[in-house]
Design a binder for this molecule. Structure first.
Ligand code: AMP
Length: 355
């Protein structure tokens, strides 16, 4: 969507009566809770019986639901949503359920810069962006025959680590690879995982200052992945592999974590470089994003992935994190999004943070 298009849509919006909407999944409880704290109306887009469980969480329940048979129906509801002065908050499941092409076509003011999707959803472009930003990534092994250390094989488009596997030799790779699917091979980085939750505002400069706007680090988590994270309860990975049981990387939850304080300057420096490069390449990664990292024994960060919107790893922090408490009490990423929209609406800057 062009800037003009957004400005046209916003022209008919009552800026004092905005509705924050998202798809009922992923981080929606947190998004609705944050929006309610900032006094927005909230709207949940749900399929089937999903809305029932929201009754159990009154402070995370949207004021109103729109029920759809499937998420693609949202595309034909744009008039109705715009009449309610709706701003849509994308999250991982939202983009996945709708499909990236449909998400790009969605004709409703959407928080963040949709252009980031092209850079994030293609692993080659993602690497180009991050390496141009001088971020260290795990080595990519182009030729499977050259596997001479532990690697992780990732299928393109696979969600939540589905079917990813570890191989230590070319033979192991051949045994496990599924024909007909495109994949990337990365060095398996030994270390500890940190998923860093940033928030970039192009319109406020009261945090870590960048060439335009400023950067915050709101929280961090570690993902809980089945079976890799608990497989050792049954035996060593090697023992299990010998009897044909292979660890998997399917995300089931998130664990709160803090990092040694001396590493924080590096965290900000990485975030800064990623944002500055994004401004140069496609007009900026706006709002929340996450760098998925492994910290090695030399205290070096290797970034294996970027998520360009709110991640589910922020969910442990509905009532704030050890970092966000140092910004403002009770600040979640969901609430921070609502605050950005509120500030932009007041200053006449909504077109700077929506696409
Ligand atoms: P991804 O889909 O890239 O987020 O990867 C899924 C999971 O695989 C991550 O959450 C990590 O636990 C693991 N992983 C991915 N890439 C690497 C890597 N290069 N080294 C070690 N573990 C990795």
């Amino acid at each position: 969507m062009t800037k003009n298009n957004i400005e046209d849509m916003l022209a008919s919006y009552d800026k004092n009566n905005l509705t924050i909407a998202t798809v009922c999944s992923h981080s929606s409880l947190q998004i609705f809770n944050g929006a309610k704290k900032e006094k927005f109306k909230t709207l949940g887009i749900a399929v089937g019986e999903k809305r029932k469980f929201y009754d159990a969480f009154p402070l995370g329940r949207p004021d109103e639901f729109i029920m759809v048979d499937n998420y693609k129906e949202i595309l034909s509801m744009t008039d109705e949503l715009r009449e309610k002065n709706t701003i849509v908050i994308p999250h991982g499941s939202f983009v996945e359920y709708l499909g990236p092409e449909n998400f790009l076509k969605l004709n409703i003011p959407t928080f963040g810069n949709k252009d980031v999707l092209m850079w994030e959803s293609d692993r080659n472009k993602e690497r180009k962006w991050l390496e141009a930003a001088e971020i260290t990534m795990p080595e990519e092994i182009k030729d499977p025959e050259k596997i001479d250390k532990p690697v992780i094989v990732k299928y393109h488009g696979a969600k939540g680590g589905k079917d990813f596997f570890i191989a230590k030799t070319y033979d192991e790779f051949l045994q496990r690879i599924k024909k007909g699917r495109s994949f990337t091979i990365q060095e398996f980085v030994m270390g500890t995982r940190y998923y860093l939750h940033y928030f970039y505002s192009p319109i406020q400069d009261d945090a870590y200052k960048l060439s335009k706007g400023s950067l915050q680090m709101i929280s961090m988590d570690r993902r809980d992945e089945t079976t890799i994270d608990e497989v050792q309860r049954l035996g060593s990975i090697q023992e299990l592999e010998e009897i044909g049981i292979h660890p998997t990387f399917v995300v089931t939850g998130n664990i709160p974590i803090v990092m040694r304080e001396s590493l924080l300057p590096k965290v900000f420096s990485m975030g800064e470089k990623v944002v500055e490069k994004s401004l140069e390449l496609f007009g900026g990664i706006i709002g929340p994003f996450c760098l998925e990292t492994v910290v090695t024994e030399d205290l070096e960060f290797k970034v294996f992935e970027i998520s360009a919107r709110i991640v589910a790893g922020t969910n442990p922090y509905v009532a704030g994190s050890p970092y966000s408490e140092l910004i403002q009490p009770d600040l979640s990423t969901g609430r921070r999004i609502a605050q950005e929209i509120k500030y932009a609406a007041k200053q006449g800057l909504l077109q700077e943070i929506l696409s």
